[in-house]
Design a protein around this ligand. Structure first.
Ligand SMILES: Cc1cc2nc3c(=O)[nH]c(=O)nc-3n(C[C@H](O)[C@H](O)[C@H](O)COP(=O)(O)O)c2cc1C
Length: 155
């Protein structure tokens, strides 16, 4: 299966995690890794499975590199009904009320345009005990297995 990892970041943590996930999956899959800032939501490919990795910034907002993508979804209103994605959020529970608000919004925007979410949205907590990659690697394997069932072709 063809996999596209797309990251939204402000200070680079989501980018680093996205690259680590790519390295982890690379041996067994065809995996690309790109910044959401360089991604056109009207040109998503239904034959690929999208792994979104996105942080939260400001007051529960999307990080800078994800904002043009979100604005383009709002503006262009693309039909994403054949697009499958899973999403891993980075945040910090020190920001109680806005914890992981960015990835939550991103998932809602995609779903509102018909995209199909695979697996639950993960909300990693920088103030918690777990390293992001320790959660992200098993998460990626799990959602990939589910995506292979839904999309058909194994890697
Ligand atoms: C100024 C600032 C604002 C933040 N706001 C939030 C927030 O509202 N909610 C949240 O869950 N995390 C928030 N965070 C935590 C970041 O999401 C977390 O540090 C993440 O790892 C940053 O990833 P990035 O480098 O990919 O942007 C904030 C961090 C900073 C420095």
């Amino acid at each position: 299966m063809k996999i596209s990892i797309l990251y939204g970041t402000e200070t680079g943590n989501a980018e680093m995690l996205a690259e680590d996930i790519q390295a982890e999956l690379d041996a067994a899959h065809d995996v690309t890794c790109d910044n959401l800032a360089d991604t056109d939501p009207t040109a998503l490919d239904p034959t690929r499975f999208y792994l979104l990795v996105c942080s939260t910034y400001g007051d529960g907002e999307l990080p800078a590199s994800a904002q043009p993508f979100a604005e383009a979804i709002d503006k262009a209103g693309p039909d994403l009904s054949n697009v499958h994605f899973a999403i891993f959020g980075l945040g910090d529970s020190e920001y109680h009320e806005t914890f992981n608000g960015g990835p939550k919004r991103l998932a809602e925007l995609m779903i509102a345009r018909g995209a199909r979410q695979i697996g639950d949205r993960i909300a990693h907590d920088a103030s918690g005990p777990d390293l992001a990659e320790d959660i992200a690697f098993p998460w990626a394997e799990q959602v990939l297995a589910e995506a292979e069932e839904r999309l058909g072709a194994p890697a």
